[in-house]
Ligand binder design. Structure first.
Ligand SMILES: [Fe+2]
Length: 324
């Protein structure tokens, strides 16, 4: 068999290309790099939100936004190179405040939420099971579970919200339903399966006996916290610089306690390194496939970071590549 004759007229290719748009066709050979890039290409930038800068705005929102909107009294952490709800390409984060005496009205939604309690105390009821909130707790509200939050203390309760909202830009199936009453009937949860207190997490990290320890939060039956969002906590010993790591997952980090910096080399940054300097209560976004190193700049105290990741989502869809 002979080879297929090639047209040599230069105008022929132009004619082909000009005839495609009206047929809603596009040539892949001109867009191959965008369709199948040489490395992961998140849009999100590495970025840090200082708690001391955000807090005055959040406290002011606490005075201006009425109690019936307490569920929505959130300052979204919007990635500088994206729009809400993207804190990373796959993870949404926000700072929420509930005032003393308030109840954030009961509702449920398809989106999964994990909360990390930054300050204050209160309660969350999930599907009729009420759990107390304290600094360092992780509280989960699984898909389509009724939940309401309350604050029976005399100070605001503030937490970091983390949801899988960016995923619904593609699967447009998220929606919410409000409950008829402000609170869904509840009684104390025993055991509180959707509450992960800080103390055992810190004990596991402190007992690991390595300069950089990581604890992966798991459900009682040993699974990731959800099918989309997972969480981990890390302890970096005083003065320690961690090994370089690189994962398919993006991360929303929060400093529970400590002082340090994270060096981030994102895949979309032309080799440039971003240095995020953090201290207790700061929050920062790390794009997927970034090379990262944490540095604890304290010579005497360990640093504790928690991080929300999209690892379960990537693993379930088989989208991960082993990193460093
Ligand atoms: Fe909610």
């Amino acid at each position: 068999m002979g080879s297929i004759p090639q047209e040599s007229c230069p105008d022929a290719l132009e004619q082909l290309l000009s005839g495609l748009p009206s047929q809603h066709l596009e040539p892949l050979w001109l867009k191959m790099d965008a369709m199948v890039p040489a490395s992961p290409n998140p849009v999100a930038k590495a970025h840090l939100w200082k708690y001391e800068d955000a807090l005055p705005h959040l406290l002011r929102a606490g005075k201006l936004v009425p109690a019936e909107s307490a569920e929505r009294r959130v300052l979204m952490l919007v990635n500088p190179s994206m729009a809400a709800p993207c804190t990373t390409d796959t993870i949404y984060g926000g700072l929420q405040l509930v005032n003393p005496g308030e109840v954030a009205p009961a509702h449920r939604h398809i989106a999964f939420a994990a909360r990390f309690i930054i300050d204050g105390s209160g309660f969350t009821a999930v599907e009729g099971k009420r759990m107390s909130l304290a600094r360092g707790d992780v509280i989960l509200t699984p898909t389509w579970h009724w939940h309401d939050h309350g604050n029976e203390s005399d100070a605001p309760v503030i937490w970091l919200d983390a949801l899988n909202l960016p995923l619904f830009r593609y699967a447009r199936v998220n929606f919410a339903e409000g409950y008829d009453e402000s609170r869904y009937p509840s009684e104390p949860a025993n055991p509180p399966e959707w509450r992960h207190p800080w103390k055992p997490v810190q004990e596991a990290l402190d007992g690991a006996g390595v300069p950089h320890a990581t604890h992966h939060y798991r459900t009682p039956d040993g699974k990731h916290l959800s099918t989309t969002i997972g969480m981990q906590a890390e302890r970096i010993a005083a003065g320690c610089t961690t090994e370089v790591s690189q994962h398919s997952s993006s991360f929303l980090y929060h400093c529970f306690e400590g002082t340090g910096k994270t060096i981030v080399e994102p895949p979309n940054g032309n080799g440039e390194r971003v240095v995020l300097e953090w201290k207790t209560r700061d929050t920062f976004a790390v794009p997927a496939w970034s090379r990262i190193q944490h540095v604890n700049t304290s010579a005497t105290e360990p640093a504790y970071l928690v991080a929300v990741n999209d690892r379960p989502f990537l693993e379930l869809l088989g989208l991960t590549k082993p990193g460093l």
